[in-house]
Write a protein of this length. Structure first.
Length: 239
């Protein structure tokens, strides 16, 4: 299984399994099937059920095709780097530093999608993924992204916090969502591989960022930081 080592903004190295060409093709086929079903249903409803008189206007045609045209851009931007096909295949788009791509990165991937996939029937994308170091199509190369496997990824939702929970480190408000995402990935890496080095390095870096000292084991400290962050940000949301 080919992997990519990324250096996070916390100077912690984490290994990710690259999605690979097969998983990406299957995700594409799933997305294509879903879009095909949408087009059939949309045209059947519009022309079969509503049966408008005369020829449909240009505006109507554009509105029918717009979801198909923007599908990949909107899905990746709002579903954390995943289309529905990618979600089904447990893969997603990430930056080469392990962070979530920006909207501009998703836009670059989308703008180059016709060259990668549409115009040449996927030939350019397949060739680029096959020969590039990190399994990147042209859109990935331009945006500084790649596609990795997410199966086993630790979601923030598993850190259930009691409403009466008292945070031990209120300084977590100084952390970003990207910091917490890195911690979650480090925890996932530990659970899947047993690697303790990233756990210790991340715990030390978080201590430095928050200017705190603690007697906890590194893994326990990281779990506590995530719980504190989830609790405090949830409280801020409901205020």
């Amino acid at each position: 299984m080919q992997k990519i080592k990324v250096q996070t903004t916390q100077n912690v190295t984490i290994e990710y399994a690259l999605a690979g060409l097969g998983n990406r093709i299957l995700a594409y086929l799933i997305d294509s099937l879903l879009l095909g079903v949408y087009m059939i249903a949309a045209f059947w409803l519009f022309f079969g059920v509503f049966s408008p008189e005369g020829e449909p206007s240009v505006v109507v045609i554009i509105l029918l095709f717009l979801p198909v045209f923007l599908y990949h851009l909107l899905c990746e931007a709002f579903l954390n780097g995943q289309s529905l096909g990618k979600r089904q295949m447990n893969i997603k788009v990430v930056k080469l530093d392990g962070s979530s791509p920006s909207l501009s990165a998703y836009l670059l991937r989308w703008l180059l999608r016709p060259i990668d996939i549409s115009i040449f029937s996927g030939g350019v994308a397949i060739l680029s993924i096959a020969i590039s170091q990190n399994d990147q199509r042209l859109g990935d190369l331009a945006a500084g992204t790649t596609v990795v496997k997410t199966k086993g990824e630790t979601p923030l939702s598993i850190f259930n916090v009691d409403p009466d929970y008292e945070p031990l480190f209120p300084q977590v408000v100084n952390l970003s969502d990207q910091d917490i995402e890195t911690i979650l990935r480090v925890i996932t890496t530990y659970r899947e591989t047993g690697q303790t080095a990233p756990v210790g390095a991340t715990a030390k870096k978080i201590e430095e960022l928050l200017s705190v000292k603690n007697d906890m084991r590194p893994l326990q400290f990281l779990y506590t930081i995530v719980r504190d962050y989830k609790h405090i940000t949830a409280q801020q949301t409901y205020q």
